[in-house]
Design a protein around this ligand. Structure first.
Ligand code: GDP
Ligand code: MG
Length: 364
């Protein structure tokens, strides 16, 4: 899964990116000038660690990972492809979640491109650029389809044109595609266009230290302006989180308590992304070599889960042996779980539950 950090200049994007790297043990990849930094971070997972230490005692423990991309700031005009706009927009289209960082901190030392600090205004401004970028894609495709249809009439193209015109009208009203009612077929057609406003979005309000633990009217304004299906809101003081993350764990704990901070900001960001993407985690560990966490969309079948591990497992799938991680922990071992009858045998169509420990039987 790929999370793209976007927003206006000097909103705290890179500070957040560094925080996620540090907290998630990420290694940062730089892919050249004009390319955004990318970090692969480990998803913290107590269940995995318990499975490894109490049940499987493997040689290797592998966490699920998430990728974060620190994009260059969006500014007015980016949606029309100005400057390096189109270059970055193309990369932005490849992410699964847009993590939109909004400045809600006062700091006379740090200038704001729009003058005054106003997170709700900024959210709308950036959103407008995303809407314009999508409009551009949709308009170009409509033009091409209409030209094609003048030459030869294809039912498929007629249907696609109809769908795109519906998207167009929607975008013109400044509404994101994620709010448009679409059939599964529609979604399939649109997938190839990788529209930005079809992506789930996490609005991260980067607040001043002074606002910690206080009600923030900006949050309500944001919710009214941009809230809806596929949008979550999170409040974080990125600077404080960054400072706390650099402390030794014992000190960090004390600091957090003093400041009234809950789980680390890193964990909160990850939880919000998991929620937006509707992801669940399952585990493999049989054989003792490696205990590993995997993420798949909620509702995915055992066959898909097998495919996430290896395409051979999907191709040769016979059955899955499944036990919930807490029940396995209580049983003490896979063998005992089997004896007690809590290890279930499931077929291809079984819908994997969060926390399942799965062993796939397959033909090679
Ligand atoms: N006061 C304050 N400053 C912050 C906060 N987050 C980031 N900054 C500062 O804002 C400036 C820009 O931050 P940066 O993360 O580089 O922003 P980016 O341009 O969005 O990547 C830096 O000087 C940061 O130290 C915050 O929560 N409070
Ligand atoms: Mg930056």
């Amino acid at each position: 899964m790929r999370i793209g950090i976007i927003g206006l200049p000097a909103t705290g994007k890179t500070t957040l990116f560094n925080l996620l790297c540090l907290a998630g043990g990420g290694h940062v990849g730089h892919h050249g000038t004009n390319e955004p930094s990318v970090a692969v971070v480990r998803v913290p997972d107590l269940r995995l660690e318990r499975l490894a230490s109490l049940i499987f005692k493997p040689r290797k423990v592998t966490h699920a990972t998430m990728e974060f991309v620190d994009f260059v700031a969006l500014t007015r005009g980016a949606g029309k492809g100005e400057g390096l706009g189109s270059h970055y927009l193309a990369q932005m289209r490849q992410v699964d979640v847009l993590l939109h960082v909004l400045r809600d901190f006062d700091d006379p030392e740090i200038a704001h491109v729009e003058g005054k600090v106003d997170a709700a205004r900024d959210a709308v401004l950036v959103n407008t650029e995303l809407l314009l970028a999508d409009l551009d894609v949709v308009e170009k495709r409509i033009g091409r389809l209409e030209a094609d249809l003048r030459k030869i009439k294809r039912d498929e193209a007629v249907k696609e044109l109809e769908l795109l015109k519906r998207c167009h009208a929607w975008l013109v009203e400044e509404k994101p595609i994620r709010d448009l009612a679409l059939t599964e077929d529609d979604q399939k057609v649109l997938r190839g266009f990788t529209l930005l406003t079809a992506r789930p979005m996490l609005l991260l309000l980067n607040i001043s230290e002074g606002k910690l633990g206080k009600p923030d009217p900006t949050q309500e304004r944001l919710q009214r302006a941009l809230g809806g299906k596929g949008v979550s809101l999170l409040q974080l003081c990125v600077k404080v989180e960054w400072e706390v993350a650099q402390l030794p764990p014992e000190d960090a704990e004390v600091f957090r308590k003093d400041l009234g901070l809950h789980a680390g900001g890193f964990a909160e960001v990850l939880r919000a992304c998991f929620g937006l993407l509707g992801l669940i985690t399952f585990y493999t560990g049989e054989g003792g070599e490696e205990t590993r966490a995997w993420t798949i969309p909620a509702g995915a079948t055992a066959l898909k889960a097998a495919g996430a591990v290896h395409s051979d497992l999907e191709r040769g799938f016979i059955r899955a042996e499944v036990v919930n991680c807490a029940e396995l922990e209580a049983a003490g071992s896979l063998a005992t779980a089997k004896k007690k009858g809590i290890l279930r045998v499931e077929g291809k169509e079984y819908r994997v539950a969060d926390g399942d420990v799965i062993s796939v039987r397959f033909n090679v």
